[in-house]
Every structure is written in C-alpha cells, then in structure tokens.
Design a protein around this ligand. Structure first.
Ligand SMILES: C[S@@+](CC[C@H](N)C(=O)[O-])C[C@H]1O[C@@H](n2cnc3c(N)ncnc32)[C@H](O)[C@@H]1O
Length: 264
C-alpha cells in the first residue's frame, strides 16, 4: 500500500513542489482564488495549504488566512516564505498543523479553499465526509467552499493501466540546478477509487550528472462529478458552480473539477 502523503515529508519533493505545480492543470488557479476573495469574503481557511502558494497571495490582497496542513515540512517551507513578507501581510496568515478530516479551529470563515487536488489525498470516503462536515462547521452561514479535483479519465483508472514513465523537468533557481520528476510506478485500485504513484526525483549538475536522487510516493482518490455532487449535498452544501479549468470552461470529462458550493 502506497503512503498517501510520503511525498510531503521533505527533501527534493517539498523543496521543488511549487516549481512542478506551475502551469498545466493548475494554470490560472491563483488568480481564480484571488477573485474568490472579492466574491466570498476576506476571511479564508485553506485546507492542505502546503507551501503557502495560495495562502500568501490571498494575504497580500488583504485577506486573513488560516492555512491548515498535515505535513510539517510543507508548513516549514510556508513559514519561511511568510517570514520574508512585509510584516502586515505576514501577520494576516496563521499556519496550523492538522488533519483536514479532523480539526476544530473554534472559529468560522467566509470561505474555504482546497486547492491543487489536496482533497483527493483523503483516500477513504469516510475521511472525505468527515472533512466536508468539518468544513461546514467552520463556515459562516451561507459561506462557500471552493475545491479543485481532477476529473478521472477512465482508461487511466483500470487495474492494468500502464505507468506513464512520464518525466518532467524544471529549473530550480534557488539551488541552481535542473530537477527531474519521473513517475516510476502506478497502482490503480478501482474498487477503492485510489491511484498510488511512486516517483523518483533527481537533481543534476551542469554536466548533466545526477547529484541527488530520492524516491517517494503519494496516493489520490478519484471522485466522479455526480459522486461529488451527492457528497456535497449529503454534507449540507449546495453546489453552485462547476468548471473544468480556471478560466470558466464548463464541466468536461477528463479535465479538472472546480467546485463552488454554498453551505445550506
Ligand atoms: C497538492 S498539495 C497542495 C498545496 C497547496 N494547497 C497548493 O495549492 O499548492 C496537497 C497538500 O495537502 C496536504 N494534505 C494531505 N492530506 C492532508 C490532510 N489529511 N489534512 C491536511 N492536509 C493534508 C499535503 O501535506 C500537501 O501539503
């Protein structure tokens, strides 16, 4: 069984996390969430806040943001970035270590964001439901939740679907080196709707020689759109908007699921 969160424990994976998120399925997400603050309010809870990639721009726009995450290494990186901000923006962000399926912050928010598929690291339906129940308790009446998941392409969900051997490379300006991330194995469990991926991360010197390697993993639960509709409704939310990208494209098979739901 693949550890759903090994990836976030530290090392090259965490250090280069933001570099690999840029573009692709996430293109435009920061601006989308910035626009949400203008629509839904300025007190925000981000679940699975990670490195602060979303929380920091929201705080720079004047929002009071609480960022909750399970992984100390991701929170450490976020804390270092926050410490480098002007003090007024830094003071608007609180980081909390915790589990989005089991938390009690004793306050409520205008809206809650779960960006970059973080909700999909809850690999058991009971965790998904517990997280949505906790979100409902943490929203002001009529508050909103905004979530980003991928929409599963069914051929990738089959038990014998091949691992993609897909490698991506980025330049790490802080370390001054090239970094490669390769999916080296994938295991699909259609019964549980879970995909586990093993990955290798490598850094290279200027001559192209590997200088550091690590192997890690994560697991994600895929959720179909209609299943997500029922899950939101079951937990007291009314879905109000659905998109397949961050530029207003309507729902589409195999793309992204971007949900806006209101606490009923
Ligand atoms: C894909 S990253 C998203 C980070 C950030 N939201 C972003 O948009 O870049 C997923 C994050 O969810 C966190 N996470 C996974 N399971 C969690 C849980 N049960 N409770 C809280 N955070 C969790 C991971 O530690 C990781 O930081």
């Amino acid at each position: 069984m693949i550890d759903p969160n090994a990836f976030y424990a530290g090392g090259i994976a965490v250090r280069t996390y933001d570099l690999f998120v840029e573009g692709g399925a996430f293109e435009g997400d920061v601006d989308f969430y910035r626009a949400c603050t203008r629509r839904f309010g300025r007190t925000v809870l981000e679940l699975g806040a990670g490195t602060g990639r979303i929380a920091i721009p929201l705080a720079q726009d004047g929002c009071a943001v609480t960022g909750l995450d399970l992984a100390p290494a991701m929170l450490d990186l976020a804390a270092r970035r926050i410490a480098a901000l002007p003090s007024e923006a830094a003071a608007r962000i609180d980081l909390v270590q915790g589990d989005m399926a089991d938390f009690d912050l004793k306050k409520t928010f205008d809206w809650i964001v779960i960006a970059a598929r973080a909700f999909q690291h809850l690999i058991e339906p009971v965790q998904q439901r517990a997280a949505l129940d906790a979100m409902h308790r943490h929203l002001k009446p009529g508050g909103h939740v905004v979530m980003h998941l991928f929409d599963p392409r069914l051929e990738f969900c089959l038990p014998d679907a091949p691992a993609p051997q897909q490698a991506r490379e980025v330049w790490d300006p802080a370390a001054g080196c090239r970094v490669r991330r390769t999916i080296i194995a994938r295991h699909n469990d259609p019964l549980r709707q879970v995909v586990g991926e093993r990955m290798r991360l490598e850094t290279f010197d200027q001559a192209g020689t590997v200088v550091a390697t690590e192997e890690t993993s994560w697991a994600l639960r895929w959720t179909l759109r209609q299943e997500m509709t029922w899950l939101l409704e079951l937990c007291g939310f009314q879905p109000v908007e659905q998109w397949s990208d961050f530029h207003g494209a309507p729902p589409a098979y195999g793309k992204e699921q971007i949900w806006v739901a209101r606490a009923a």
